[in-house]
Design a binder for this molecule. Structure first.
Ligand SMILES: [Zn+2]
Length: 143
């Protein structure tokens, strides 16, 4: 089994609803994302996926959709207010936690047909969330 990882960076703002003290106020993070891809066989170039292609697909998506955006819970009353003020707001179902952002990037990578198995997202140097594929059920489906 071959595995590669690409690390990407982006900045975002958010807040969490529901009494998370400091996190309930608008604030920002410089996020580090590590995307792990896996393949049983290498392609004709001898790669799992060309690092350049990872940057050009999910890397561009992150830059376009998440970088320097205010990522808020769809139920957050600030959504309308900030949109009205012309701020770039992106919404998610539920709180925009590191866990949910890792899951979102994972699913978007899969949608782009990247063989991703794990996405880690550091919202700070010492706090990281991981979303992984359910490898057992995936392996069962393989011929
Ligand atoms: Zn935060």
């Amino acid at each position: 089994m071959y595995q590669v990882a690409k690390t990407l960076y982006f900045n975002y703002g958010h807040r969490l609803l529901g009494g998370h003290d400091k996190c309930s106020h608008l604030h920002g993070h410089s996020a580090k994302v590590r995307i792990v891809l896996r393949a049983r066989k290498l392609d004709r170039q001898g790669m799992v996926v060309d690092f350049f292609d990872i940057k050009n697909t999910i890397g561009n998506w992150i830059e376009r959709e998440l970088d320097h955006k205010m990522i808020l819970n769809a139920r957050d009353p600030l959504v309308k207010l900030l949109q009205k003020a012309g701020e770039p707001v992106v919404t998610v179902q539920g709180n925009p936690t590191a866990e949910r952002l890792a899951e979102w990037i994972f699913k978007e990578s899969r949608r782009m047909k990247l063989p991703v198995v794990e996405v880690s997202l550091w919202e700070s140097e010492d706090s990281m969330a991981v979303y992984t594929a359910n490898l057992k059920s995936r392996e069962r489906n393989e011929p």
